[in-house]
Design a binder for this molecule. Structure first.
Ligand code: PLP
Length: 406
């Protein structure tokens, strides 16, 4: 594999920062990633060269902004191998993508007594919108449980599905456990029983190649800010056959065909779901992040990050009293752990003072914390720019912190 880590790190000047007089070691990539020069430059260029509102005016600035914005829709579609860019809706993030489906698909297809299967390892973003929907509609959430090593008990799916089941919501990769779920197999099982599947791809698209046609996903959501793009931009992929049947999510400009006080007709998909002025500059600079990921190659990124995962897991396991949550054989670059008798917040705070940026807390996954009966974990999450040297720094800082806290 040719993976030029020095070249990659040079794209991210922020990685040269020192905090508290220590070199920054950024290991909170599951929360949000740093931004490369390509994205920063694209953002500046739009403002300097051709900023205007899109899809509206017939002048150079607006035309150029519109064509660049729409080019990113095509790019995002190709990135996950959607069959058409009509299936790509821009949102402000995964959370909004999920709320869009819960609201619109829910309005059209969920009736009192219906059931939605949601897994025990979901981020709150992939629980709460479904819960609000079930409350509104008199429907019910059914939990798909996990096992102790942090894998979904997929064998239970055929038993959980019945005539009332209208949707399965599942994360592709867990933001706490790192588990890569067998979504293709889950979708196959669900489709054989006529149930569509919503996949939360927030922790997947930046780490492994995703092909929504191969998965046969009905919906797939992700956030630009977790994949080296700007914040405030997300994608919802939806199969045309669903999007065509779903009512608009929000009303406003751009999503209409004709408005009278008596009646409004709506735009074609995807515009029907994009009311108002979108995040024009965000979407266009997101294109530069997709280009970078494509240029480096997701298979190469997966291999690099997996080598970091294996190295760090082995090192961490050598610490006495350290317990790792999530020990599936199929993991992405996330390690959650606790050390006996040390609170994760204390550890996180001390590590921060050593220049190590990582996350300690419940990671917006309370049901998972309840399953393990813990208040939270310390979480290390890798990005494509992390190195073994940084893991060594983490280990040295961890040893010092444990010494102080014991
Ligand atoms: N789903 C998962 C698995 C996540 O990890 C996150 C964020 O951490 C989200 C959804 C929510 O993403 P956003 O805050 O970008 O909407």
């Amino acid at each position: 594999m040719h993976f030029d880590i020095d070249k990659i790190r040079n794209y991210f000047p922020v990685l040269r920062l020192e905090i508290y007089n220590k070199p920054l070691v950024y290991l909170d990539n599951a929360a949000s990633t740093q931004k490369p020069l390509q994205v920063l430059m694209a953002y500046e260029k739009i403002h300097n060269d051709y900023y205007g509102n899109i899809h509206r005016a017939a002048h150079y600035m607006a035309d150029r902004a519109t064509s660049d914005f729409e080019a990113v829709r095509k790019k995002a579609g190709n990135f996950i191998n959607a069959s058409s860019e009509k299936e790509i809706i821009f949102t402000k993030g995964t959370t909004e993508s999920i709320n869009l489906v819960a609201s619109s698909f829910g309005e059209q297809f969920i009736r009192p007594g219906d059931e939605i299967i949601v897994t025990e390892m979901e981020h709150h973003s992939n629980i709460v919108p479904w819960q609000l929907l079930t409350i509104r509609k008199g429907a019910k959430i059914i939990k798909l449980p996990i096992s102790d090593i942090g894998e979904l008990q997929t064998g239970l799916i055929p038993e959980l599905i019945n005539a009332k089941t209208k949707l399965i919501a599942v994360t592709h990769v867990s933001n706490v456990l790192g588990t890569i779920n067998p979504v293709k197999q889950i979708i196959e099982t669900a489709h054989a029983r006529g149930v569509p599947v919503f996949v939360d791809g927030a922790q997947a698209v930046q780490h492994l190649p995703v092909d929504v046609q191969d998965l046969d996903a009905d919906f797939y959501a992700f956030s630009a800010h977790k994949m080296y793009g700007p914040n405030g931009v997300g994608v919802l992929y939806g199969k045309e056959k669903w999007l065509e049947q779903m009512p608009p999510y929000q009303g406003g400009g751009e999503m209409i065909s004709e408005v009278t006080f008596e009646k409004t007709t709506f735009s074609e998909i995807p515009f029907k779901f994009e009311a108002g002025t979108p995040n024009i500059t965000g979407v266009i600079s997101f294109g530069a992040a997709i280009d970078l990921l494509t240029e480096i190659g997701l298979a190469n990124i997966a291999e690099w990050e997996n080598s970091l995962l294996l190295y760090a897991t082995e090192m961490l396991k050598s610490i006495k009293g350290l317990n790792i949550y999530g020990e599936s054989g199929k993991k992405s670059g996330v390690i959650s752990f606790n050390i006996k008798e040390i609170h994760p917040y204390d550890l996180g705070m001390l590590l921060d003072k050593s220049g190590i940026a990582l996350r300690s807390g419940h990671h917006c996954a309370d049901p998972l914390m309840k399953y393990y009966n813990i208040p939270g974990t310390v979480r290390v999450s890798f990005g494509l720019y992390n190195t073994r040297e940084e893991i060594d720094r983490l280990m040295a800082a961890l040893a010092r912190a444990v010494e102080m806290l014991k």
